[in-house]
Design a protein around this ligand. Sequence first.
Ligand SMILES: C[S@@+](CC[C@H](N)C(=O)[O-])C[C@H]1O[C@@H](n2cnc3c(N)ncnc32)[C@H](O)[C@@H]1O
Length: 238
Amino acid sequence: MPRCDTTPACPAWYFSEYAPVGIDLGSKAAVAAYDRNQGTDPHNDDALLDRLGVTEGTQLVDLACGTGSLAVQAARRGAVAHGVDVSEEMLDFAKARADRFGVAPRWHHAGFLDYTHHGPLADVVTTKAALHQLPDFWKQQALLNAAAMLRPGGSFYLWDVIFSFEPSSARTHLQQWIDTAGRPEGEGFTKADFEVHVREEFSTYTWIVEGMLQRSGFDIVSHDFPCPTHAEFHCRRR
Ligand SMILES: C[S@@+](CC[C@H](N)C(=O)[O-])C[C@H]1O[C@@H](n2cnc3c(N)ncnc32)[C@H](O)[C@@H]1O
């Protein structure tokens, strides 16, 4: 599948989704460090797959799959799993993980915006810790694309850094998050990593994301805002 930004048909105003913003994930070492810092845990992936009813034969697409743990765990239970990411380094890491477990999810070097899903419509589409890579206009386009690959009644799951605090108290909440979540160098994501997130990436408010989900053709089945800076949405395709 050609990258949209390399085809003559791509308008000059199109977003460059192959140049992700924020912390550097552009090398093997950076990807391995990301996987450690993110605390990738197959048990957590399994718990989410259980909640979403993923079983043998489920068609699942994980958008911005990163190091691939969710797609690999889905494939291990017999789902037809697709992992999509703009980073070749991430996909290489994900493939190596899949090889270790003897499963073969289908990996796609593609983005939220230009991934075209072929074959049966998906039963479940997921995306974790990644939609914030897109500015809001492009988040909406990405959600429309996610809805287009999902069958009516199918599940869409979103987890990300999304803000549920009142805009007037943003400064306090953001500083609190950065101060409490930041770890010393070598022991996890640092304060500087979270500062980059706020400064250079595109996390937004829950009420904006809710509107975008509804306009994409999703009904919100449940949401959880476990802290003022993080949110999950479980949606059903209308
Ligand atoms: C913070 S990581 C999250 C990875 C994984 N979902 C997880 O939960 O660990 C963000 C991922 O989004 C990918 N990414 C950034 N922009 C993207 C885009 N427009 N389309 C697809 N993937 C994108 C990055 O390459 C990276 O793998």
